[in-house]
Write a protein that binds this ligand. Sequence first.
Ligand code: PAF
Length: 282
Amino acid sequence: MEIIRTPRIMRDTSKGHILRGKNIGFVPTMGSLHEGHLSLVRRARQENDIAVVSIFVNPVQFGPSEDFNRYPRDVEGDTEKLVKEDIDILFMPDITAMYTEDFSTYVEVEKISEKLCGVFRPGHFKGVTTVVAKLFNIVTPTRAYFGQKDYQQCVVIKKLVKDLDMDIYIVVCPTIREKDGLAMSSRNAYLDSTQRAASTVIYRCLTEASEMIKSGIIDFGHIKKVMHERISKEPVVSGIDYVGIYDPSTLDELSGIKDEVLPAAAIWIGNTRLIDNMLVKT
Ligand code: PAF
C-alpha cells in the first residue's frame, strides 16, 4: 500500500491510473476505522481496479464547541487494517496541505444541508461538502463510498455531485451494527460502560417505529410520540436533537404514508451525539 500525503502527488497518481484505463474506488474517512468503514473499503476494493482510502480529520466540519480536538485518532491501527484489506493507496494529507493560510473557497449545498443535523450543527455540511469536493478533485474517483448511518450526508453529497456535474457515482452502503444493534461510529469510543449499555435505545426505538409502520400504523404523530417517550425514559440520555419519520428524499418530516420512509433520530448520551436511521418500505 502506497501512502501519499501531498494533494499534487495524489492527483498525479490518479491521473496515471486513469490514463492506463483503470477505474478508482474511493472511501473518504476521518480515520479511527471500524467495521463500518471496512465494509465500504471492501466494496471499493471489489468493484474497482484501484482502491483509495483517505484519512483526514477535517477541522472545517466541526463547530467551535465540538469534538475536533478529542476526535479519536489511530493512524497506526488504521494503516494496519488497510494493508490487510489490500488497499492500493492511503491518502493522508496534513491540515496545511488541504487548507493553506489564504484558503477562502467553500462549497455549500443549500436547503437540504439546513435540515435535521444541519439545524443543530450549523456549518457542518458546508465543511463536509467543501472537503469532499476537494478530495474528489484530488482523487478523481469513478465511485465513492459512504455509509447509510450518515444518511443526510449521503443525500447532501449526491446533490453536490449532481449540481456540480461531477462524474462520480455515489455508492451508499448499509449501516453496520454492533451485535446489540448500536450503529458503528468512531464516536462510540467516547461512551463509558453504562452509557454504552443504554445507547442501544436509539436502535430499539427506530426498530419499534419501523415495525409499527410495517404493521400498517400510519399515524406518524403517534409513532413519533412513542419514539420520543422511549428515548426520554432512558436516564443517560441528556438531550434529543430530533426524532421522527422523514421523507428520504427531502428530509422533511412526514405526517402521512409514502412508499419509503425514514425513521431517524439524533440524541445525546452525556457529551456524545449519536445519530441513526432506518429506511422502511411501506
Ligand atoms: O463521514 C465522514 O467521516 C466525513 O464526514 C467525511 C465524509 C470523511 C468528510 O470529512
